[in-house]
Design a binder for this molecule. Structure first.
Ligand code: ADP
Length: 487
């Protein structure tokens, strides 16, 4: 049978494949294989791109309403299968089931949102600059899109790219993270059920070792007109460089180093709740996770005590077991990074208020941790920890904390808690970040623009701006128009 990386064939791939290469998907809680998927390589991506190129021409000719109908149906099917999609997600990425349910709803909301936006990709009629001319600006799909996505949101990071691409009339090839291909395949299966024509949404599964070669093909193949990536800044820079060889449109949603600032006039209980939501969601493995928790010295001890008390009540374990709010870290590398960051902080004078060591469950489980006496010089404050560790940094003044908060090459999300209305505006404007949460720890929604500045990336996902990244503006100048009636 020919190898066709379109969605329908992919689901049955192992029987149809000419190649015997597969790799195992590991449950990070039990560290046991749960499935095996094709380990695709350059020829598969080439073929997927070629199929996507043909499919895109037909898809772009559909009316916006026709594309929206498929996206709506896909949304409904995802929500109808929410618990199955959530279970698959928890098994492959370890997040607690309640969080997986939430992610499926969040991811699906992009399918609905961009179904609605499809019909609103308006252009402009521009007042002419000279007699006898008419000027138009129309929006058209960029063409074939390639997407590379991470493991921490195995559904939503795909939906956030695929929905606007498909709404705009593009086709798309997604390479999900090696750790979490199953959520991508499940989405693709439902997309096919919803009526996506073959070749419009393609999934290329690949092991860690094949990622670089697949990235090369996606960025250098001239048929691909846009590359969209969510992941680390290092890989984002590499892909941007590669994409420059064919001058592709690029969107990059990269790493962060989010400050979470609690002023002395804040509602401390609300700040504790927000900090737990922001810092510890997905066991601290999100790009918008609070990474540096700045607490005003007047409330520092109270905040630290309340935060630790709340976290102490939360359960750690397999995400499928009810009641667990913390899962494992995704891999042993992720686990080692957390160990290294805590050791570095403690070595430089930080105190362990809670946790601070591997969890008794073993494997990739690490104890939810609160450290006090953290300073901006520690690794914990310089790099994304991507784990369940809150390092509390003491501050005295608004100007001092603003300077410290901005003292990073990253600029994705920032949070602060205060009741001072003037400060809300002042600080929201002064923080060099693409997203600012004020008295809120979770801010992501399909209706608002998501994305970073500085080394946290380029472009915005979601919202009324989200489709622009998948469209080109074409200017049409019509001349030779006689201006007098009956001329
Ligand atoms: P993380 O450390 O969070 O996994 P990465 O940036 O390493 O972040 O990975 C995000 C995505 O990028 C994954 O799908 C991964 O397979 C892919 N990836 C990693 N390295 C490369 C590369 N050199 N070229 C293309 N894709 C890559």
């Amino acid at each position: 049978m020919p190898r066709t990386p379109s969605i329908c064939h992919l689901i049955q791939w192992p029987e149809q494949s000419e190649a015997s290469d597969t790799y195992s998907v590991i449950d990070p809680a039990h560290l046991k294989p749960v499935a095996s998927v094709p380990d695709m390589d350059t020829p598969d991506v080439k073929q997927a791109i070629s199929l996507a190129h043909t499919a895109q021409k037909h898809w772009a000719r559909k009316t916006a309403r026709e594309r929206a109908t498929v996206l709506h149906k896909w949304y409904q099917l995802c929500m109808h299968n929410q618990s199955d999609l959530a279970k698959i997600m928890t098994i492959e990425c370890g997040k607690p089931l309640a969080e997986s349910m939430g992610e499926v709803a969040y991811g699906s909301s992009f399918l609905r949102w961009f179904a609605e936006e499809a019909s609103r990709a308006y252009g402009d009629v521009i007042p002419e600059n000279a007699k006898g001319r008419r000027l138009l600006a129309i929006k058209q799909p960029v063409g074939v899109v390639a997407a590379i996505t991470p493991w921490n949101f195995p559904n939503a990071m795909i939906a956030r790219k695929v929905a606007p691409a498909i709404a705009a009339g593009c086709s798309i090839i997604v390479k999900p993270s090696a750790e979490t291909p199953l959520s991508a395949l499940a989405m693709a299966y439902l997309g096919e059920e919803a009526g996506l024509p073959p070749g419009v949404f393609n999934v290329v599964t690949a092991s860690k070792g094949s990622a670089k070669r697949i990235g090369n093909e996606m960025t250098e193949n001239a048929l691909v007109r846009k590359i969209t990536f969510t992941g680390s800044t290092a890989v984002g820079k590499l892909l941007s460089k590669q994409a420059a060889s064919t001058m592709k449109k690029v969107s990059m949603e990269l790493g962060g180093n989010a400050p979470f600032i609690v002023f002395d006039d804040a509602d401390i209980d609300a700040a504790v709740t927000g900090c737990i939501a922001s810092k510890f969601r997905n066991t601290g493995q999100t790009c918008v996770c609070a990474n540096r928790v700045f607490v005003h010295s007047k409330i520092y001890d109270t905040f630290a005590a309340k935060l630790s008390a709340k976290i102490r009540e939360m359960e750690v374990g397999h995400g499928l077991e009810p009641g667990n709010q913390f899962g494992p870290l995704i891999t042993s590398d992720a686990f080692d990074k957390v160990v290294r960051h805590v050791e570095d902080a403690v070595g430089k004078g930080a105190k362990v208020l809670l946790g601070g060591k591997p969890h008794g469950l073993g494997g990739n489980f690490y104890e939810p941790t609160v450290l006090t006496g953290v300073t901006n010089e520690m690794l914990l404050a310089r790099e994304e920890t991507f784990g369940p560790v809150a390092g509390l940094i003491r501050f005295e003044t608004e100007s001092e904390v603003t300077k410290a908060a901005n003292d990073t090459p990253f600029g994705l999300a920032a949070y602060f808690y205060t009741k001072d209305a003037g400060r809300i505006f002042r600080l929201s404007e002064a923080l060099e970040y693409g997203i600012v949460g004020v008295n809120e720890g979770i801010v992501s929604t399909e209706v608002a623009p998501f994305g970073g500045i500085k080394e946290s990336g380029l472009g915005r996902e979601g919202s009324k701006y989200g489709m622009d990244d998948y469209m080109e503006i074409k200017y049409i100048c019509i001349g030779g128009i006689k201006e007098t009636l009956d001329a």
